[in-house]
Design a protein around this ligand. Sequence first.
Ligand SMILES: [Zn+2]
Length: 301
Amino acid sequence: MQAIVTQNIRFPETREEFKKLFPDEEASLRFLFNKRWPKGFVCSYCNWLNAEQLPAKTITCSHCGHPTSITTNTVMHGTKKSLSQWLICIWWFTATEGGHSAKDLQRLLKLSSYQTAWTWLQKLRMAMSVSDNRQCRDTVEISSDTISLGGETRAKAPILAAAEIILPAGITGRIKMKSIGTLNSKSVGNFLNEHILPGSSLLIPDSEPFTTGELESFITVRSATVDRSRQIIKSFEIWLNKIHRGGVVAKHLQLYLDEFCFRSNAAMLPDSEAIFNLLLTGVIGNKPLSYKSLTSEAAKG
Ligand SMILES: [Zn+2]
């Protein structure tokens, strides 16, 4: 992966250092352009490669005439924010281990609207779920538990969790979690298909619905104690209450689970630059995303 900085320049540790590295919109555009199209501009419509194309916010394809914005088909699609603001936001969101609330972002960038900050962070969480998409593999523990959500209803939300066990040390590797409406063999089967590499060894509870799911693709070992993945769900609940103070409702829960898993998995990367680059792949990843859950809640960021 192309490094953010080259020889003799270390990855910025403060906001001031970051702003020195990207002093204006032009520098941010050049950086994002080269990150998105490292071998040259590729038309989003006809896939024509133009290696001579210079960085620009909107490029008209020399082959088919179709215009492509640097934000087309990314989580930045339709954004009113500058590329510089996006970059500083990505840096800020990955620069600390714990995470941030929308109020933190509102203060950081002096945004007048809380909804704008909230929507922006939801988009970054979507990018986290896109970039942190490798399946758990080898030996994986699976379990479920419920967490208490805030708000007037104090709803209980069922969660499925997977945790890789790295042998022989027995330490926890990658984790994935999913918010499910109901715990049953179907939701367990969907979770396994989405997040666990076939052929992996599963350590699963010796109880329903884990005894009836689609398990033929895996080697299963039943266990009365699956504390590791259950503990991860509890850790998520504590994190959610600490950072967001009970302000998350069930329909948005998955993006917060994705952020928690991203942060846990990214902690295994060598340094903060690698974490920044991982999130960036999700931000500029050429993958159409649904904004339905966002646009119904808040104005576009
Ligand atoms: Zn084209």
